[in-house]
Design a protein around this ligand. Sequence first.
Ligand code: C2E
Ligand code: MG
Ligand code: MG
Length: 713
Amino acid sequence: MPGAHVKTSSVAGKRRAAATDPARRIAEELRAQNERFEAAVENMSHGLCMFDADERMIICNRNYIDIFSLDAEVVKPGIRFFDILQHSADIGIASQSASELYAIRKPYIDGAKPSTYEEVLSDGRIIVISHRPIAVGGWVSIYEDVTEERRAEAELKEQHRRFDAALANMSQGLLMYSAKGRLIVRNQRFLDLCNAKASDFALGMTHRQMLDKLIRLGIFAPLEIDVEVGKTKASLEAGQSRASYRELVDGRTLFVLRRPLAGGGWVATFEDVTERRRAEERMTHLAHHDTLTNLPNRSMFRERLDQALGEAKAQPLAILSLDLDRFKAVNDTFGHPAGDWLLKCVAKRLQHSVRSSKDVVARFGGDEFAIIQFGIKSVADAEKLAKRIVEIVGKPYRDKGREMHVGVSLGIALYPGDGRDADTLLTNADMALYRGKSQGRNVYRFFEPGMDALMRERRALEVELEAALSKREFELDFQPILNIGSGRMVGAEALMRWHSPARGLVPPENFIPVAEETGLIVQLGDWALRKACNVAAHWPRDMRMAVNVSAAQIKSGGFARSVISALAFSGLPADRLELEITETVMMDESDAVLKTLSQLRGLGVRIALDDFGTGYSSLGYLRRFPVDKIKIDRSFIRDLDKRDTAAIVRTVIGLGAELGITVTAEGVETEAQLDTLRKAGCGEAQGYLIGMPTKASDMGRLLRSEALLRHSG
Ligand code: C2E
Ligand code: MG
Ligand code: MG
């Protein structure tokens, strides 16, 4: 008992006697008891000090000495209580004087005040002191240094305060469940998110009860509570978080995250992600839709097609590839806002054309659209839709007193017949569209197996054609034109020929349309114009040269310059050049084309309307632009023996006379035809009867002899 200070003088005397007699034995026991007491005192965790009735210390333990940092040499059994206080004041552990301390402690010791109280030492430590009176007089004081405990308590309190503050200020709602699955924490934000009162969600509720209440209060949309509870339970038991979106009845969306807690139980946070969700939805919508028409775009179309084809039992469907006809003319004539407006109208009409809301109408860009027609029973279903679309899209579009016209061409590929994957189906539908377009506008075409071969052939033709110009494989033939009244030649038409080493002589019907589409016609036409002018410059002065001109040439810009340059270089007077244009030139409603034509006409160049009667509304075009000549298409001349055809031809001739326009009949092959035309008063004739298209040298000879005849006759 190194630190115990006990008054042992009387005990030592008794110890000696106890060895021999019972009294000695008792003394021995007493001694042992004493030792046990001392051991107990010494080993207790508190400081202990015992005083007798005279306020003298009987015993104290080491802890007591340590708590007050006392000097063990001074504070030992027998010392007076007041002297201990004096010592404490001396060493500065107490902030008060000995008598002040005595006055403070005495009422507690005497029982005048509660037996337990606290004292703060000069070094800030907090000591809990309690005094107990002893039956024989005196008292026991127990001292406990609670500084650490108090600090921990204060820290915990601070932690609680912070937790509460954090909970209250969270932007997320929070619920915490105990290991037993009962609600133990719920913050205000959660209640705010639910527009609920605290009493709606009492602590102690289970997850199941919470969900039930949320649904009954009309906050959550009804859901399978058992399934929901099961899912959460399973993921939490696996130690995993579970996140999900919860749609609220009022349209908002909450993001709910449930996380297991280390000590059992779990936390659920609720975040209002309505705005974020909407923004995300807007973004995905934008990524999948065309901004102008709000139709699905190509990527969405692909997604839907892949999805449909990927299904285990994919049903037959049709892919329709669409391209508007004459849309560019609308854009050029009425401006882009009108073009945009028209595209929106087309989009609406297309959406109305499809029968099933499942069908996908997409815009691929520009004037290209595509449709997936689901659940077709036969080819007839796709054909019906295509017909409907051609009809509906072809109707006029009226806006602000203007009337616009476009047409549409369609290519159709069927699943599974024409392909089993999206790429093949789309390519084949495009191929069919392409074929349709090359044959005329406002049509639909189904894909046919030979088309890809045709397509390859077509590509090869394009490539060869491109090279042919620099290889000088083109030539011009000339066909004479007769003045029926005088029986004399008045000029010739230049007709292009392609002598391809590989293909032989290619007729213009086979290569002009290709050249028009690739744009090569601009160079090719320029070449023909120069060549023709050069040839005509060597002809007699009253012989005219007619040159065919494609719409693409006039539209390309620079056309007037090209004509003027050809005239200047050849020295041919402008009034000896005749440009043959077709209705398609006039159909382009843009002012630029008409301006170019009138500019050339102003120079004296004559304009002839070729293939008259083959279009739809030739007469209407005559009003839009004054021409110098009409060439009646040879299909009319061929059928001249038919009464109604003859009537039409006579009418056109009469019309020409009325307007002061020369009328030329094309494709005159027989004397009978020429006779009829003469009688009807037709001005000029061209055809195999008058002369086949021939080489420049032959034509030159013919025309010169004609001129000689005329001048001599
Ligand atoms: P087009 O301008 O109507 O030319 C008349 C066509 O009728 C020529 O065909 C000519 O050979 C043919 N023809 C003339 N008389 C008769 C006849 O009595 N009976 C029959 N059945 N046909 C007759 P070709 O030379 O094959 O030219 C076809 C078309 O190609 C031309 O029709 C014209 O539209 C176009 N073309 C020809 N050369 C050029 C050119 O240099 N530039 C442009 N853009 N097109 C051209
Ligand atoms: Mg012609
Ligand atoms: Mg013609």
